[in-house]
Design a protein around this ligand. Sequence first.
Ligand code: 6PG
Length: 465
Amino acid sequence: MKAVFGIVGLGVMGKSLSRNMASKGFRLALFNRYVQDKEEAVAENFIREFPELEDALGFEDLASFAQSLERPRKILLMVQAGSATDQTIDALRPYLEAGDILIDGGNAFFKDTESRISDLKEAGIHFMGTGVSGGEAGALNGPSIMPGGDAAAYEKISPFLEQIAAKDINGKPCCTYIGSGGSGHFVKMVHNGIEYAEMQLIAELYALLRWGTQLNPDEIADIFEPWLSGPANSYLLEITVSILRKTEGETFLIDLILDQAANKGTGSWTSIVASDLGVAIPTITAALFARFQSAFKAERVQYASQFPMHPEMLEVDVKELLDAYQLARFLNHQQGFVLMQQAAIQFEWQLNLSELARIWTNGCIIRSQMMRDISHVFSESQLLLAHPLAWHTLDAGKEALLALVGKGLAAQIPLPCFSASANYMLMAFQEDSSANLIQAQRDFFGAHTYQRVDDPSGKKYHTNW
Ligand code: 6PG
């Protein structure tokens, strides 16, 4: 009997997704490459280890793997993004036929996905760039899945993906067809951008409390934990509470972790693409730059010894902290969603943002109560900031956000994401800005011209300054 679904690449994510899918009763073909002394009989050993895989077939040669699959073949690639993905596609290519469907579940750059789609199109092979979020536990118990590419090909793979996906509060799968081309990987990239800022905002709250009020990590967790029962509930806040409570002997584990944040590139892509599309995502970019700057540890240590900036004690009101945090988060989401809206226009994707937010309400790293609210907003309006929910969040958080940023900076505690959100808010709601002065300067030194407020025709003027 042939297998109904194939998985290539048995790393952590590939293995967890395989177990998830096998536990739903699908007969799988599993492939892992052979690397002498390093990766030998990986699929076979893996199948032996878990009872749910007893029907699965294990391979380390691609010809037999492809042969074992029912046609059209449906194959999920769980290999490293970049050249490893291209090598895997090239190696598989001779064994594929028209109608077969390759699903790339890695964090690929959406433009690479689009080239792969067009490279394989001639042979009638469908390539589905598919965002998968939720880490190892998500992959095993139900990730959020963002498939993009050919809509008809999606119909053939949806029974598999929707079965293994997390379920939302109404029991619907957190998997939906995103759109054509590289849209699936695009939205996953933006998901990660929002993720960076969600993480950094929590890190900044932690910094304020740790250095501004001298609370220890456990006491900070005591402040965050009750928030989990209200509108600020999120997976990232939840894991932060656990992280802050973790000790090693007498020491908080957080104090033993080197303060240099790494990244694998998706946050940079988000910022680069936003610049290409002319969309301001300052909170997300601030989170990315905070990671970059943290990496210069040696320099920080040297500068601090020469010119110390000591955090000062500050008065923190927990309610103010929460309101400011919620508003800063809301503005972070606003930036990510506007980026997707602009991409949809530019690349002619029919993105359904309400549905997209819905599949991010469970399974993925940025799942939260706020995401549920945002899904609701987009079912009624396409302008997040023009919705009553935004006004409510702004009403509750505006003063708090501005006060927090002011106090925090005065106390010499860096707040890149909170500050970026505060500035974003002020600029987004500013009827008259100082951009006219920029236009005048451009015209002065470069005759770049400007438009006049007393001439609505849009005519370009130049002044001999
Ligand atoms: C997810 C995560 C996942 C991953 C990123 C983190 O949605 O499951 O976003 O894709 O954890 O690789 O990226 P950085 O290494 O850049 O923080």
